[in-house]
Design a binder for this molecule. Structure first.
Ligand SMILES: [Zn+2]
Length: 592
């Protein structure tokens, strides 16, 4: 399936790569470019660069990136055609990719598992909304404040009380039952190896990955069965340490508000989102993991914890807050009134009251922690010492100088020490600063590549070809791709041929469309950063050509002399003349 180049160009022109990348990466302006943490590899110092002028992005660490289509392909894990289609939808350009386009995707096991989940999602939803079997569950949900609109929006469903509902449906549709078991939709009887439905008589909440694909379920009982929530098991597509519930929907708001609110359970997320607080996510019943943190860090460095008001919620707040603080995040806490969770609060006081509450109750994590131990600090001298040490450590981890100062002020009162001595204490405790975090896991070399004289000539020649089509037209026939030592330069030379056959002016983001090889793209981008005089000096281009073609077919003056002697030995005059001319030409070029 081929999409018209003009359609691709139109979409590209109407799309700003900054908008697209910003949904995934927190960007800061640095000079002419924007820079942020790479969404493709784990890093603590930003190496992902976006150029607004050139409409490209590039990671200096893992080398991924490209134009807006290539970025979309990579980050969404879709084909080129799908990426064009998706970006087209954003700017209201319909791209007809036909059936073949969608089917072109690799039918990997992972994708099959996702398809099964999405197929069941529709079916479960239908059972809940439209059938007698789902009626009781539907009434229960409505009594819990789920409107029809919300049920449709979240595709909430109902798995009937049957051990073969999902099993039979998937089998009828021709899916591999073994794979459905691996996907966590079915369970297996280990005595006779028969398969049966994992989810029976449960309200089904689909769980999406960051790309918005359904990869698991949380099945809630409405009849006080155990467990209250039955989740999908760990599978290749559903991993709790990676999944953040609602991140696919919340991402944009998180970027806009530069804040992520972490809730304890996905039910709270649904309710808070419905109340208009959109930057909310929850982990699926696990501690916040390294993977979660490095994902969050790419969107924002401000995380607010909004856990339940009970003791367990308190403990979770302390643990999660501490680990996020250690990871260099700005951590805030909204403390719910005791024994209340956000869902209950909204039900009792309404959506507006909830939003107001959030706006008025955001405390720096360190202050939350101090307040929690206030009594001990005031009355137990042993605890006083312990917490003074702990809190000064925590303060030294804080990223915002302004907040640090505020917290110091508050804390100095509580600990009854002067502000200045507390500052000294903090400076003494100051452990590693997050800026000094080692960039483990990123063992790529950041040293600039060293080029040979010939490679240098090749780069500069290609750069002049890019600056000016006329230069290309004048000289390109003197060269063949094979003359380039570097295979990526060979590709670029070929790309330029194709490119200038259709375009008059070189433009990187369009040129990137002419190759799907990562190496080529990388080389194109690296050439873009090569600084060079825009107009060639006299003889400059010819000089490069000479250097590049000097050793054509490995013909060094020495080897040619060898051949000349051989021709003389056998008395071939034609051949002698041929080699002699070559030697003269090489020597002439060398004199220049
Ligand atoms: Zn990277």
């Amino acid at each position: 399936m081929r999409i018209e180049q003009s359609v691709i160009n139109e979409i590209k022109d109407k799309t700003d790569i900054l908008d697209i990348v910003s949904e995934y990466v927190k960007l800061e302006k640095r000079g002419r470019n924007y820079i942020g943490l790479c969404p493709f590899h784990d890093e603590k110092t930003p190496s992902f660069t976006v150029s607004e002028d050139k409409q490209i992005c590039h990671c200096f660490g893992c080398k991924k990136g490209g134009n807006v289509f290539q970025f979309t392909q990579e980050i969404r894990g879709v084909s080129f055609v799908e990426a064009v289609k998706e970006l087209g939808e954003r700017v209201n350009i319909k791209v007809d990719v036909g059936e073949s386009g969608a089917q072109n995707q690799i039918a990997s096991d992972d994708l099959m598992m996702i398809k099964m989940h999405e197929l069941m999602e529709d079916y479960y939803h239908y059972i809940l909304m439209k059938t007698v079997e789902g009626e009781e569950a539907l009434n229960y949900l409505k009594s819990r404040g789920f409107t029809e609109e919300l049920l449709n929006e979240r595709k909430i469903g109902y798995a009937p009380d049957s051990s073969h509902f999902c099993h039979d449906f998937l089998q009828k549709k021709g899916y591999d039952i073994e794979l459905a078991y691996e996907a966590g939709l079915l369970s297996r009887n280990e005595e006779n190896f028969s398969y049966y439905d994992r989810f029976r008589d449960r309200i089904m909440f689909p769980l999406n990955n960051a790309q918005g694909r359904t990869v698991g379920y949380s099945g809630r009982t409405y009849k006080n069965q155990e467990p209250k929530y039955l989740n999908s098991p760990e599978t290749p597509i559903f991993q709790k340490r990676k999944l953040l519930y609602n991140i696919d929907r919340a991402r944009r708001t998180i970027r806009q508000k530069n804040e992520l609110i972490l809730l304890e359970g996905f039910m709270d997320v649904i309710k808070a989102d419905q109340a208009g607080v959109k930057q909310v996510v929850a982990s699926m019943g696990t501690q916040i993991s390294q993977e979660h943190t490095s994902f969050i860090r790419k969107l924002t460095s401000n995380v607010t914890l909004l856990f339940d008001g009970d003791f367990a919620g308190q403990e979770a707040t302390l643990k999660t807050g501490q680990s996020l603080l250690q990871e260099g995040m700005n951590v805030f806490v909204v403390q719910m009134p005791s024994k209340m969770d956000p869902d209950e609060y909204i039900t009792k006081y309404g959506q507006e009251a909830f939003k107001n509450y959030l706006d008025h109750e955001r405390k720096a994590f360190v202050l939350y922690k101090v307040n929690l131990h206030k009594d001990e600090i005031e009355h137990n001298d042993m605890a006083y010492e312990k917490y003074l040490k702990e809190i000064t450590d925590d303060i030294s981890l804080m990223q915002s100088g302004i907040l640090q100062k505020k917290v110091l002020q508050d804390v100095s009162e509580l600990f009854k020490v002067s502000f200045d001595s507390l500052i000294n204490e903090v400076a003494m405790h100051s452990p590693q600063t997050p800026q000094n975090y080692s960039s483990q896991g990123t063992n790529f070399s950041t040293k600039p590549k060293q080029y040979t004289k010939k490679e240098d000539a090749e780069r500069k020649l290609l750069k002049h070809f890019m600056f000016n089509k006329d230069v290309f037209l004048e000289f390109n026939e003197e060269l063949e791709a094979e003359d380039f030592t570097n295979s990526q330069f060979q590709s670029i030379f070929n790309i330029l041929h194709d490119y200038y056959a259709e375009n008059d002016h070189y433009d990187l983001s369009t040129a990137l469309l002419y190759s799907n090889q990562e190496g080529d793209r990388e080389a194109l981008i690296s050439l873009e950063n090569l600084l060079l005089n825009r107009n060639p000096y006299e003889h400059e281009v010819q000089d490069y050509l000479n250097i590049i073609t000097e050793n054509r077919n490995d013909e060094t003056p020495e080897s040619l002399n060898e051949k000349l002697r051989e021709a003389a030995r056998i008395g071939d005059l034609e051949l002698q003349k041929y080699y002699l001319e070559k030697i003269i030409l090489i020597n002439k070029n060398r004199m220049k």
